[in-house]
Design a protein around this ligand. Structure first.
Ligand code: NAD
Length: 244
């Protein structure tokens, strides 16, 4: 995850919680140092516990140097800032383009580079051009996966999305990004519990959530809803043969 601001940190921590190994990269050394000390630079309910548990589990780490994590990654997300430019108000894409060049120099093997930053149409083509200009032999596909999370409800928005938008026409990228988000579509019943009470509670909570989803008009195929309502009862990716 390149850029450990609001979007990068929340997305990185949530992807790690799905069971993936995530390295969050940022140029801001102070930010990375405080994250390594367990201090969260932004206020987002639940983020400190989410970061702490995934760091402890060895799935989430922080660095200022993208070289090794990019070389090992199947997917690299660009989540750097795109502030409005003075004067014309257009998004300043310079951070995205700098990140693209830095990623290009570190790529090894097939990698999907994903723009998560909010960018205008055509940015993906320019990112791909910059990557190939920097590293002509890069085996890379650039895809788009814009983020819609709201500050204050960011973890919930990430884990209970009403949509995930992925822009790619490449089958390999589709597979990689499908695997990244697969834990949201795991459709497994709650595990049997030896304690009847737990089963009963799980059942009544599931009915409650089903009623809520009906009330909120959330389609029944939003199976991720179930997995994330009872995270302790569902295997993480890689556990109990769950994948991704
Ligand atoms: N904040 C939100 O709620 C939100 C919601 C949806 C989408 N977005 C979009 O997501 C993107 C990121 O937003 P944000 O609020 O997280 O930004 P931010 O400014 O809080 O964080 C960006 C981080 O990227 C780092 N960075 C910049 N260039 C880098 C590089 N080359 N390598 C490593 N790190 C680098 C910066 O040091 C900074 O920590 C923007 O395009 C924004 O519009 C934001």
């Amino acid at each position: 995850m390149i850029g450990t601001g609001y979007v990068g940190l929340v997305s990185g921590a949530c992807f790690a919680d799905f069971g993936h190994h995530v390295t969050c990269v940022d140029k801001d050394g102070d930010k990375i140092a405080s994250l390594r000390r367990g201090e969260i630079p932004i206020f987002e309910p639940g983020l400190d516990a989410l970061v702490a548990s995934n760091v402890k589990a060895g799935r989430l780490d922080f660095t200022t140097d993208l070289t090794a994590p990019v070389a090992e990654a199947d997917a690299v997300f660009i989540a750097v800032g795109t502030p409005s430019r003075r004067g014309d108000g257009h998004a300043d894409l310079s951070y995205v383009y700098v990140a693209a060049r830095e990623i290009a120099a570190a790529l090894v093997g097939f990698t999907v580079v994903v723009t998560k930053s909010t960018v205008p149409i055509g940015t993906g083509d320019e990112v791909e051009r910059l990557i190939h200009e920097t590293n002509a032999s890069a085996d890379v596909v650039v895809a788009s996966n814009p983020e819609f999370l709201r500050e204050g409800a960011a973890i919930r928005d990430f884990k209970f999305p009403d949509r995930i938008v992925i822009g790619t026409s490449d089958e390999r990228a589709r597979k990689v990004l499908g695997d990244v988000y697969r834990p949201l579509s795991l459709n497994q019943p709650p595990r049997r519990s030896r304690r009847k009470g737990r089963c009963r509670r799980a059942g009544s909570r599931a009915r409650h959530r089903a009623r809520q989803s009906h009330r909120l008009q959330i389609p029944a195929c939003r199976t991720g809803f179930r997995r994330l309502v009872f995270p302790e009862r569902y295997p993480r990716a890689g556990e109990d043969g769950a994948g991704p």
